[in-house]
Write a protein that binds this ligand. Structure first.
Ligand code: HDL
Ligand code: ZN
Length: 424
């Protein structure tokens, strides 16, 4: 963190861009939603060129530029998948999409050729990296100080590591992810029952109380900074289903007692093309009146909210103006493209000032934070410069100190305050 300095003189309009870009570059951001894993979670953590190239965003793009059938692709080794994606999307075609250009930006950040005919040089470089020393280097290149993970207490690979005791890491914050419980109760209640929680198929009797006990056990184990769930475009609240009951009787009371927010990521149309596996999800416009009823009905709860449909963004801003227990965050997934990030960020600044969290990376592979945060800074620079320029034009001078304060609020302190008491 740059050392605070006394208020600096007001900036001329012509000085704004340099000041904004310098402060964006100098302030380390908090990445409030990723799928990265702290080193003590072992092989769950993905990094290196083969993982970068087989990212599900690029697999989806491969099938548009190469005749291979998905089933045949999935039968290839990861190395062969990466070679095929490199050849199809980076050699035989120009890597102009957001996800392909991102890989070239990572290679460039490490001084590697982004126009190589094959992956020999890249594989040699990444194979020589030692994760514990490498992670700080990647975070420094990305301009982030810490990331928030996605941790699934019912994941058969991840849960046992936590149950054995995973060493915490101050740069990786845990999150209690609830999709299996809230969205797929019929499939997953037996896993809870097998661990001694008295739950049943229809979530009756002691079930919601026992889910609350489960959440309490995992809060003690993980010390999560928030709980999270991805929700379909059809999400309704309340309804007469199990999810509403679990939210009302277990999850929301647990968040209140732990003083942590609930993150709602709304608008997924799951597996519209199952053959693409993780790349098979799409987007749908959600009915955000469900969010209105949650924010109004549970004023003691705090909700981090990201919506997947571009068409839901403006109404999310309106709801955030009505309910201060809503915190819009990020330009999620299919929205994390400069053309849409610009539209979303400008309407948020226009309607919310600096009281929102502009971005998260959603990184699944460690080095992705390098390009995702480079892109955010590159997109945010002109937007903030224009915003301050309008203010100067309308008669209010702006200082470097104020720009530093605002960017710190957007990318650090909004989250730090909204997450509540520091994890013990
Ligand atoms: O549910 C989520 O957290 C989403 O971000 C999904 O993981 C999605 O597949 C993704 O990676 N989006 O970027
Ligand atoms: Zn995600």
């Amino acid at each position: 963190m740059p050392t605070p300095t006394a208020a600096l003189p007001s900036l001329a309009r012509s000085e704004l861009a340099a000041a904004v870009n310098a402060e964006l570059a100098a302030i380390p951001f908090i990445d409030v939603h990723t799928h990265l894993f702290m080193p003590s979670l072992g092989k769950l953590g993905l990094w290196g060129i083969d993982e970068l190239l087989t990212y599900h965003y690029l697999a989806a793009e491969l099938f548009r530029s190469n005749p291979i059938a998905p089933d045949e692709y999935w039968r290839l080794s990861k190395r062969d998948q990466a070679d095929l994606i490199w050849r199809s999307l980076f050699v035989e075609n120009t890597p102009v999409s957001e996800a392909t250009r991102g890989v070239t930006a990572v290679l460039e950040a490490f001084g590697l050729r982004a126009d190589a005919a094959d992956l020999r040089e890249a594989r040699q470089f990444f194979a020589a990296q030692e994760p514990v020393a490498y992670i700080p280097k990647v975070f420094e290149l990305a301009g982030i100080s810490e990331v928030v993970m996605t941790n699934d207490p019912l994941d058969p690979l991840e849960a046992p590591i936590w149950e054995r005791g995973a060493a915490p890491d101050s740069q990786f914050h845990a999150v209690l992810r609830l999709d299996r419980i809230l969205n797929k109760w019929p499939e997953h209640w037996p896993a809870l029952a097998s661990k001694g929680y008295a739950v049943d198929a229809h979530c009756t009797g002691s079930s919601t109380g026992e889910v609350r006990r489960f959440l309490s056990d995992w809060q003690a184990r993980m010390r999560p900074v928030y709980m999270a769930v991805s929700l379909p475009d059809t999400f309704q609240f309340p309804d007469d289903g199990v999810r509403s009951r679990l939210l009302a009787e277990a999850v929301l009371p647990a968040c209140r007692s732990f003083n942590i927010p609930l993150s709602l990521m709304i608008g997924v149309r799951y597996q519209v093309n199952p053959a693409l596996r993780l790349a098979g999800d799409a987007v749908g416009r959600a009915d955000l009146s469900a969010l209105e009823r949650l924010a109004a009905g549970y004023p003691e709860n705090r909700f981090l909210v990201s919506v997947l449909s571009r068409e839901n963004q403006h109404e999310l801003c309106v709801y955030a103006r009505k309910f201060s227990n809503l915190m819009p965050f990020g330009c999620w997934w299919f929205l994390n493209n400069p053309s849409i990030v610009e539209e979303i960020t400008r309407e948020r600044l226009e309607m919310l000032g600096t009281s929102f969290i502009p971005q998260h990376s959603d990184a699944r592979v460690l080095e992705q934070v390098i390009y995702k945060w480079r892109n955010t800074r590159r997109t945010l620079g002109p937007i903030l410069t224009n915003t301050y320029g309008l203010l100067v034009e309308d008669g209010r001078a702006v200082t470097r100190t104020e720009i530093r304060r605002d960017i710190t609020r957007l990318f650090r302190s909004n989250f730090e305050q909204f997450r509540g008491a520091k994890a013990h």
